[in-house]
Design a protein. Structure first.
Length: 154
């Protein structure tokens, strides 16, 4: 029996019974605080990423805040939100490679603090190239690349 690896698009569409709401307990409460947490479905993260207009950016924390508000909880899960953004980015890249013109603009979703994400398709180089094409200024701080601001000349 052969095993077929699932595509990124299949992973994105697999809700795995999500979203789920639960209490923040145990070791998690020391890091994330008290209250309730929402674990989003992958497509919910993708839907938010799709809404970011050209020339704008959003962070994983912004996604978490929007997801928490949507589900009426105190926090959006930081781990799954990041993983699902990564899956959405690779699914979009896969769709783009297949000839689809309108895909999720994954390059507009940044890590906390405006940092580019090395785990996205093509690494930080590709993300930086796409962001610069939309008018963003990219700066290097140590080993990290960050979006500084919009280039006023574009």
């Amino acid at each position: 029996m052969s095993y077929r690896r699932r595509t990124w698009s299949e992973k994105l569409a697999d809700a795995k019974g999500l979203p789920k709401i639960g209490r923040v307990e145990g070791k998690m409460s020391r890091k994330w605080g008290e209250g309730t947490m929402g674990v989003p479905a992958p497509v919910e993260v993708d839907e938010l990423m799709r809404r970011v207009p050209r020339g704008s950016v959003i962070t994983i924390n912004d996604l978490r805040i929007a997801l928490a508000k949507k589900h009426g909880v105190d926090i959006g899960c930081p781990i799954t939100t990041g993983i699902f953004a990564w899956i959405a980015a690779h699914a979009a890249s896969e769709q783009e490679a297949a000839g689809k013109k309108r895909v999720t603009p994954w390059w507009r979703t940044l890590k906390t603090g405006g940092e580019l994400n090395a785990k996205y398709p093509g690494g930080v180089g590709e993300q930086a190239r796409r962001l610069r094409a939309e008018g963003h200024r990219i700066v290097q701080k140590g080993k990290r690349l960050l979006v500084s601001e919009r280039d006023p000349d574009l």
